[in-house]
Design a protein around this ligand. Structure first.
Ligand SMILES: Nc1nc2c(ncn2[C@@H]2O[C@H](COP(=O)(O)OP(=O)(O)OP(=O)(O)O)[C@@H](O)[C@H]2O)c(=O)[nH]1
Ligand SMILES: [Mg+2]
Ligand SMILES: [Zn+2]
Length: 359
C-alpha cells in the first residue's frame, strides 16, 4: 500500500524529538481533546474480540490512514499526510482496541471530531511476534502472539562485537521470529571500533546480509543504509548493543536516549522502554524496540522448533520417526548430517539449547 507522508514536510519532527528526550517526564496530554462528543456507537466497529481490518482500498473509504508511530498509556501518535498527530483513547472500546494495535500498523481513523478516533487497521502484510504457546501446547498455529511491530520488511538483528559480548543464541531466536512473521532478516554487528567482527561462518549459507558497523567511526553505515532504503525496518536485539544509538546515527539526530553498558555486569541497562517508529526519509522507517529482557520471554513448543531450522528439513525426511526432534531418537538423519558436516554443528547445538528451553 502507498502511504503519503514525507519526512521533509514533517512539521512536528522537532517537537517529537524533544518529546522523545523528555519522555520520562511525559504526562498524558489532556489538551488533545476528548471523545465525549462522540456517541459510543461509533466505536462499535470493534466486535468484542477482533480488531476491525480493512483492505487497503476499503480503508480509504472509511477514514484517513496513517502509520502508528508510538503508544504511551492511552495516547497514540500517528504519522499521516506528513504530520505527526495524536489522539487519546477515551472509551472502553478504544482502550481495548489500543491493546491490539502494533507499532507499524496502518490505522484507519476518523479525525472529524476533536479527538482522533481509531476505527481499525489495514491488513498487516507481516508481523514480528514473540510467540507464546497456549495452554494446550499442541501447535504453533494456536500460539498466542505478542506483536512487536507490524508491516515490517526487514528485521535488523543487532548484536555487538563486545559490550555486551557477542552470542549467537539470541540471533537464532530472532531468525525464527523472522521466518514465522514473513520478514527478511539482516544481521548488523555494532561496535566494530571496539573489537574485530566475530566468526559468522555458520550463517554464510543462510543468505541474509551481514553488516558490521560502528556508531563511533560510522564505518559500514553507508552500506547499511543502502540495504534499509525504501523499507520499514525494526531493530531488535539485546539491551546495550546499540539499537537506539544506531537509530540516532541513521537519522543524523539525537532522538533516542541511550545509556552506557554497565561496566560491572557488561549488560545493557534497558534504556529504551517502548517501541517507536521514526522516518529516515519518505520511504524508509526505523522502529526502535526495547532490548529483550530475558530469553524466556517467549516460547515455541518443542514440536515446532525444528520446523524453523530450515536447513534440517531435507534431511529430516529420512529420520526413522516422522515427529523426530533430532535429539534423543535413534536413526536420526539430521544428527547424521551434523556428523558429516552437512549441517553446521553450532546451529545444531543452538537448536538443542533452544529445544531444552522450549516448553
Ligand atoms: N564504541 C561504540 N559504542 C557504541 C556503539 N554503538 C553504541 N554504543 C554505545 O553502547 C551503549 C548502549 O547503546 P544503546 O543505543 O543505548 O543500546 P540499546 O541497544 O538501545 O539498549 P536498550 O535500549 O537498553 O535495548 C551506549 O553507551 C552507546 O554509546 C558503537 O558502534 N561503538
Ligand atoms: Mg535503546
Ligand atoms: Zn531426526
Amino acid at each position: 500500500m502507498e502511504d503519503n507522508y514525507f519526512y521533509n514536510e514533517y512539521p512536528d519532527s522537532d517537537k517529537y524529538a524533544k518529546r522523545q528526550r523528555n519522555r520520562h517526564r511525559f504526562k498524558r496530554n489532556k489538551d488533545i481533546g476528548n471523545a465525549s462528543g462522540k456517541s459510543e456507537n461509533q466505536t462499535a466497529s470493534v466486535d468484542g474480540e477482533e480488531l476491525t481490518t480493512y483492505s487497503p482500498n476499503e480503508a480509504k473509504e472509511y477514514g484517513s490512514v496513517g502509520v502508528l508511530a508510538e503508544i504511551e498509556y492511552y495516547t497514540y501518535f500517528i504519522i499521516s499526510g506528513g504530520k505527526l498527530i495524536s489522539g487519546v483513547a477515551e472509551s472502553k472500546e478504544q482502550k481495548s482496541m489500543l491493546g491490539k494495535l502494533a507499532i507499524g500498523d496502518y490505522v484507519v481513523f476518523n479525525a472529524s471530531g476533536q479527538n482522533i478516533e481509531i476505527l481499525g487497521i489495514v491488513e498487516r502484510h507481516s508481523k514480528l511476534v514473540r510467540i507464546s504457546i497456549d495452554a494446550t501446547k499442541t501447535s504453533i498455529a494456536k500460539a498466542e502472539e505478542h506483536i512487536i511491530a507490524a508491516n515490517i520488511d526487514i528485521a535488523v538483528i543487532v548484536a555487538s562485537t563486545t559490550k555486551p559480548p557477542f552470542r549467537t543464541g539470541l540471533i537464532d531466536r530472532y531468525l525464527i521470529m523472522c521466518q514465522y512473521g514473513n520478514i527478511s532478516p539482516l544481521l548488523c554487528i555494532t561496535k566494530t571500533d571496539l573489537a574485530p567482527m566475530p566468526d559468522l561462518s555458520i550463517y554464510k549459507d543462510s543468505g541474509f546480509p551481514i553488516i558490521g558497523v560502528s556508531n563511533k567511526t560510522h564505518e559500514g553505515i553507508e552500506n547499511l543504509v543502502s540495504h534499509l532504503k525504501g523499507n520499514t525496518c525494526v531493530l531488535v536485539g539485546n539491551s546495550g548493543v546499540g539499537k537506539s544509538t544506531l537509530i540516532n546515527t541513521l537519522l543524523k539526530k539525537e532522538i533516542m536516549p541511550t545509556n552506557e553498558v554497565s561496566s560491572k555486569s557488561g549488560k545493557g541497562r534497558h534504556t529504551t522502554t517502548s517501541t517507536s517508529l521514526h522516518l529516515m526519509d519518505e520511504s524508509t522507517s526505523l522502529i526502535d524496540t526495547p532490548g529483550i529482557r530475558s530469553l524466556e520471554l517467549w516460547n515455541i513448543d518443542s514440536g515446532s522448533l525444528r520446523l524453523y531450522f530450515t536447513e534440517f528439513t531435507k534431511f529430516a525426511a529420512d529420520c526413522e520417526f516422522r515427529d523426530c526432534t533430532h535429539s534423543h531418537e535413534p536413526h536420526c538423519a539430521v544428527k547424521e548430517a551434523v556428523k558429516d558436516g552437512l549441517i553446521s554443528k553450532e546451529r545444531y547445538d543452538s537448536y538443542l539449547r533452544l529445544l531444552k528451553k522450549a516448553k
